[in-house]
Design a protein around this ligand. Structure first.
Ligand code: ATP
Ligand code: MG
Length: 389
């Protein structure tokens, strides 16, 4: 059932909406098309959060969209959508699509055009299925998401079991919104997640990796990984980390994520994705190297680097696939910690090596120094040396 909420009912300040997104919608509407703001940005505006990006849904077909905007590129082969480019951002404009069939088959194709209602119903959660029409400042709701947003309630559109089987990434997205907005999860969705969690291994590893990386950068990495672990999803996605979380006397990984979250929330500093991945792996890697050292294995960086590749491979298997480039940089960040920190019988020499992205190793040391103040005096000279370099 369609419900429309006017300005008197909602708290979205039109001044809070990105000007370029408003421009895109106005131009589409002036050309005679239906066009609304949709998805995450409407949700964020309703929840009082500044959206990261803005998506627009429209009745215009990709070619028609391209005809309206000069700065417009069509992307995607399976489902074509338009990117309207501005100096500092891209507004993603997609044609209304029809929904998933009500079967439990994995969705491999979803490329039928549809109407606004169908497009809302194919989305994952009710709070993500709302439209905002800036021309009259109304929120258009086909999925009863408006009330859920107000109650801070996370509800799946459709039958949770069916929707999770169709696209298991939705289970990770459930945990992400729960962690990010501190929402109550609808009991049926919670039960469906417990039933379907092993199916996460049927999803595309690249999509899962992207969701994990986005959450590492989000300022809510700690609650996200904790809840991923509580929901039993981590056990399937990264069994090594899951085992560590269960067995470690002190879970340094969660502490490091908490530190990263604090930095991301209070400043514009963004740790590089590789540095953030290092927070997951380093505590396990460090323990591994310490055990080898105790066993009397000779200590040299070449050996440590080999071990880094070995541990990274083991850590992300059997499911995640990390691009080679990131594996290389991550191995460097991990290995370099044994170069830049004093080791037994080996004083540190402050000299910046000719290693690409070496600054990321120093960034990771910085992150850990926020947790362990003893590392501050070790980080300082490296930071100075990098500045001069
Ligand atoms: P974020 O703030 O992390 O970007 P988001 O909700 O905007 O969160 P996107 O991945 O940008 O997430 O997706 C945009 C919109 O597309 C969502 O709000 C939702 O309506 C829809 N969507 C995304 N992923 C799915 C999915 N797996 N199944 C159904 N709908 C989805
Ligand atoms: Mg988004």
């Amino acid at each position: 059932m369609k419900q429309v909420y006017t300005k008197e009912n909602h708290n979205i300040p039109i001044e809070g909406v990105d000007r370029d997104a408003l421009y895109v919608i106005r131009k589409l509407q002036q050309a005679g098309h239906t066009a609304y703001l949709v998805g995450g940005s409407v949700r964020d505006l309703l929840m009082g959060v500044t959206p990261k990006d803005y998506d627009v849904s429209t009745s215009a077909r990709p070619e028609e969209i391209r005809g309206i905007f000069k700065n417009c590129y069509i992307i995607g082969r399976r489902f074509r959508l338009a990117h309207v480019r501005f100096d500092d951002k891209i507004i993603e404009v997609s044609t209304f699509r029809s929904g998933d069939p009500q079967t439990e088959d994995l969705i491999l194709r979803d490329n039928e055009f549809g109407n606004p209602e169908e497009d809302a119903l194919r989305r994952d959660f009710t709070i993500n299925g709302l439209y905002f029409d800036p021309s009259n400042e109304t929120v258009i709701d086909y999925v009863e998401g408006f009330e859920d947003a107000k109650k801070r309630f996370l509800r799946v559109i459709g039958t949770p079991h069916v929707r999770f089987k169709q696209d298991p990434v939705r289970m990770i997205r459930l945990v992400k919104f729960q962690a990010r907005f501190n929402l109550d999860v609808c009991p049926q969705a919670h039960l469906a997640l417990l039933d379907c969690r092993a199916e996460i291994l049927k999803s595309a590893p690249a999509r899962v990796l992207e969701e994990l990386l986005r959450m590492l950068e989000s300022g809510f990495a700690n609650p996200f990984f904790k809840q991923l672990s509580d929901a039993g999803l981590l056990q399937h996605l990264i069994p090594t980390l899951s085992a560590y979380c269960e067995l470690a006397e002190k879970n340094i990984v969660f502490d490091l994520l908490d530190i990263a979250d604090k930095v991301h929330k209070k400043s514009s500093t963004r740790f590089d994705r590789t540095v953030l991945l290092a927070t997951l792996v380093f505590p396990i890697f460090e323990r591994h190297i310490q055990i080898l050292q105790k066993e009397g294995t000779s200590f040299h960086l070449g050996r440590i680097e080999n071990e880094a590749y070995f541990i990274i491979e083991e850590f992300f298997s059997p499911f995640l696939e990390i691009p080679k480039r990131i594996v290389g940089t991550l191995a460097m960040v991990l290995t370099s910690q044994f170069r830049i920190r004093p080791q037994p019988s080996k004083p540190v020499r402050i000299k910046i090596p000719r290693i690409p992205d070496f600054n990321l190793a120093v960034d990771f040391l910085y992150l850990e120094s926020l947790y362990n103040p003893l590392l501050k005096s070790i980080h300082e000279p490296w930071k100075k040396a990098l500045k001069k370099y």
